[in-house]
Design a binder for this molecule. Structure first.
Ligand SMILES: [Zn+2]
Length: 498
């Protein structure tokens, strides 16, 4: 997937891989989809007109440089010279004269053109057909569109097949699951689908808004999305019901297909009514989690190796080993634990958040490893606590806000246990994804070296100590998260879990 590759290539090390910029919900954006790159840019409002930075809009698409003097702003793109003058509507792109309708703006070195002129400038610069979906601000250069088919399998769910891999953000509210595609050129000739008499799926709606595409599935029961075929297939199926025991993840298929969530259980008539779906099912702080299920997320995996801790040592392998030890330590304390990946599978951040939100977990723990610094850092999301009671819809990017107090409580309990074992530990608030998207107590633990040798990170003894500290902290936090919980059990087999 284009986005993941770009991120992995440009940012290496530590937790930075998880530090994707958050997209502000209110910010106006324009998407540019081209064979070379797909991206989105903020739209600037000046007066009553929408503007966009011209250099910013072309720089991902080729070789671009600018030269600014008192009078003019000159762009050279793939050997073509362009010139615009501050305050003037007429500019030049190669041999073509361009009329902008609104004046070119020069702010420092930044040159801005009216948004509606960008498709014309791109078509001249790239010598390509350009389509502009004006209402949603989506610009398609050449034949880049990703198409999809949608098939309802009666009573089983909805199968979406895409012409290219996709990686949408997923959010849910009762009766709805929304996939937001921020960097995929998804198009559809059909806006609305209706399904009569299916017990799971009532319909689907495709729409384009603010530099993105959205596909909203209306359901009759809580549903969740699972991914297959390297991101080219999404299945919308019934979500596990609240009464279901902790699901064990299906082993990923040999293709590396990631299906982090459990298969849908049979409908259980007479059983506990199913929980509302996914993110919006956000249990308010203090809700009883009967199972006290802990979801352990070994950072990175598959194609995404994480930090290179040494020539031979990839972060993804350290996090998986640590995750398995943590599961053992939790189980030794009588606590249910589920690994999001128990193999070398590739999972996107969205898939991880979606899986934990569907799991009804009490605590989500993401694990990372670093070869910088020493000790153990415990991260919580950097969001203000803003819980205001049950909500019908929880914005994906701030889904964690209602649980931040619970997350800090768990983080502090874990840091205390790390301190008791005389390892250095810190609690840090940081914009760490996918913590912001998780609707339960959520922490990320980044383990660095106990000593000068990188190899000590793979020392089974050190990993076991860290896992034991995290497990004890999570066990201690239980009574505070849920006053009706049984007293934390002492480890049945301290340090003995494999
Ligand atoms: Zn990491």
């Amino acid at each position: 997937m284009r986005w993941n590759k770009r991120i992995s290539a440009t940012i290496a090390g530590m937790l930075l891989l998880a530090l994707l910029p958050l997209r502000s919900a209110e910010e106006k954006r324009v998407a540019v989809y081209a064979p070379r790159a797909s991206f989105s840019l903020p739209v600037q409002e000046r007066g009553n007109a929408e503007y966009v930075g011209l250099f910013e809009a072309v720089e991902p698409l080729g070789q671009a440089s600018i030269r600014v003097d008192a009078k003019s702003w000159k762009l050279r793109f793939n050997g073509v010279n362009c010139e615009f003058k501050a305050g003037q509507t007429r500019g030049r792109v190669g041999k073509h004269t361009i009329e902008l309708a609104q004046p070119f703006l020069l702010e420092g070195e930044h040159g801005y053109i009216p948004l509606h002129a960008l498709p014309l400038v791109l078509s001249r610069l790239l010598d390509s057909r350009v389509d502009f979906h004006t209402a949603s601000r989506r610009i398609f250069v050449g034949d880049v569109a990703t198409r999809f088919s949608l098939e309802l399998k009666k009573g089983e769910g909805l199968v979406l097949n895409f012409s290219d891999p996709v990686n949408p953000m997923i959010s849910t509210e009762p009766g709805k699951l929304r996939m937001t595609f921020t960097h995929e050129p998804i198009v559809s000739a059909v806006g609305t689908y209706e399904f009569q008499e299916d017990k799971l799926i009532a319909g689907a709606r495709f729409n384009e808004v603010n530099g993105a595409a959205e596909l909203t599935v209306q359901s009759n029961v809580p549903v969740m999305a699972t991914f297959a075929d390297g991101g080219k297939t999404i299945r919308i199926v019934a979500a596990p019901s609240r009464a279901a025991p902790a699901p064990a993840p299906a082993p990923p298929a040999a293709s590396g297909a990631a299906t982090p969530a459990a298969p849908p259980p049979e409908a259980s008539p007479g059983g506990t009514p199913p929980a509302p779906a996914g993110a919006a099912a956000g249990a308010p702080s203090g809700t009883v989690h009967p199972a006290y299920l802990i979801v352990v997320d070994a950072g990175h995996g598959g194609e995404e190796r994480g930090a290179a801790l040494s020539d031979k040592l990839a972060e993804k392998d350290v996090t998986l080993a640590l995750a398995r030890k943590l599961r053992g330590e939790l189980q030794a304390r009588g606590i249910n634990a589920l690994l999001l990946r128990d193999s070398d599978a590739t999972l996107s951040l969205e898939q991880r958040a979606e899986a934990v939100n569907a799991s009804r977990a009490a605590v989500y723990v993401a694990l990372h490893a670093a070869n910088l610094g020493t000790g153990v850092r415990v991260y919580t999301a950097m969001l203000p606590a803003s819980y205001t009671g049950p909500q019908l819809f929880i914005p994906w990017e701030t889904a964690q806000a209602g649980h931040i107090e619970a997350s800090r409580l768990v983080a502090n309990a874990v840091a205390d246990e790390i301190g008791k074992r005389e390892m250095p530990g810190w609690v840090v608030a940081a914009p760490v994804r996918p913590l912001n998207n998780v609707v339960t107590a959520a922490i990320a633990v980044e383990v660095s070296l106990p000593g000068p040798q990188v190899d000590t990170l793979v020392s089974a003894n050190y990993q076991q100590q860290v896992a034991a500290a995290i497990a004890s902290g999570i066990a201690d936090a239980r009574a505070k998260l849920d006053p009706n919980a049984p007293k934390a059990a002492a480890p049945a087999n301290p340090g003995g879990a494999r």
